[in-house]
Design a protein around this ligand. Structure first.
Ligand code: TYM
Length: 330
């Protein structure tokens, strides 16, 4: 059976090299394995305060990022989550099958809410994984390409599928998370023991960064004591992260990357990593501008919403029937 690929990215903050290496860059080749549903998780973006203009602009940017990364709209359905109402409808049903205890154990919720005042934590942030599970099961996804930080949410989706199917029969498809072998967790350049995320200007490489800035950030990335370019996450997290970035962009293994840099000094090593990142990002940025300037994303998103609406209604209907919601109009 062909795979059904599904993934989404939140249009919050500025997308990073972590998003690019962890997911974006490889989506195109994944679509060879079966029909793909790829979306802009704009409803998820509302779970933390965001300016409306920024959300709109980020959503356009993200559509262009997907296209610039090589996603072929003939092979993949690209759409805005909020334009497919079945996500929200299924969410109202599935929120009754995931429990407060398990939601409160989600690492991402714990991390994000820890930085907020209790009376400012929205219900949507807490219930985030319910909507994410709906995104996944709505299209009978079998494979969910994600970075490491999203695996726990996919695991929770698997729990939901088991729970729901045990009660109502074989309704939901069991998905599995798929991570890149190299690059599932790109770390911050300024503190390589934490993940590169959308909110750390010094340690992040943003996809729209000027290439001179990108080079500067890599050249000033934190390295480790010693002078050998070796992959050793424990003792050399900075060097290991740069090796990972290099290997992921060159599509080679960590061992091959290590072999390439035998005898290099840190400065020369960083320069070559910067060359590879700038070359890749340079081409990517050109394509991004092409899709943006010609507004090519609009037609793609319109067509995608139509197809996603058609497809998602099928599962929604099945679920409604299974739980006993009566349909008389149709
Ligand atoms: P988001 O927008 O935070 O991140 C998008 C994707 O990028 C991956 N990623 C990374 N990969 C490697 N290294 C990093 N430093 C790094 N940072 C982020 C993330 O793991 C993710 O795959 N909840 C999701 C969006 C979502 C979704 C879905 C994903 C909503 N519904 C259904 C899959 C299926 C999120 O916030 O990703």
């Amino acid at each position: 059976m062909a795979d059904r690929i599904l993934t989404g990215i939140k249009p919050t903050g500025k997308l990073t090299l972590g998003n690019y290496i962890g997911v974006l860059k490889h989506l195109n080749e994944m679509t060879d394995r079966g029909e793909a549903f790829i979306f802009i998780a704009d409803l998820h973006a509302l779970t933390l305060p965001i300016d409306p203009n920024e959300l709109r602009q980020n959503s356009i940017d993200l559509a262009c990022f997907y296209l610039a990364a090589g996603l072929d709209p003939e092979k993949a359905v690209l759409f805005l989550q909020s334009e497919v109402s079945a996500h929200s409808e299924l969410n109202s049903i599935m929120q009754n099958y995931l429990y407060m205890g398990e939601l409160s154990r989600m690492t991402q919720f714990k991390d994000k809410s820890a930085k907020m005042k209790e009376n400012a934590i929205g219900l949507g942030l807490f219930a985030y994984p319910v909507l994410m599970a709906c995104d996944i099961v709505l299209y009978n996804a079998t494979v969910v390409p994600v970075g490491e930080d999203q695996v726990q949410h996919v695991e929770l989706t698997r729990d939901l599928v088991n729970r729901f199917n045990n009660r109502y029969g074989d309704i939901l498809q069991m998905p599995k998370a798929e991570m890149r072998k190299v690059g599932a967790r790109i770390m911050s350049l300024s503190n390589p023991t934490i993940k590169m995320s959308k909110s750390d200007p010094k340690g992040d490489i943003f996809l729209k960064d000027d290439l001179a800035v990108v080079r500067k950030k890599i050249m000033s990335a934190v390295t480790d004591t010693g002078c050998e370019v070796k992959y050793d996450v424990e003792n050399k997290p900075g060097i290991s992260n740069l090796l990972t970035i290099y290997a992921a962009l060159k599509d080679i293994s960590i061992e091959e990357a290590e072999a390439h840099f035998v005898g290099y000094r840190y400065g020369d090593f960083k320069k070559e990593v910067a060359d590879v990142v700038c070359e890749d990002l340079g081409k990517f940025q050109e394509k991004y501008h092409y899709f943006l300037d010609n507004k090519l994303y609009e037609e793609v998103l319109k067509k995608g919403a139509k197809r996603a609406n058609e497809e998602s209604q099928k599962l929604l209907k099945k679920v409604k029937q299974a739980v006993g919601l009566l349909t008389v109009s149709e």
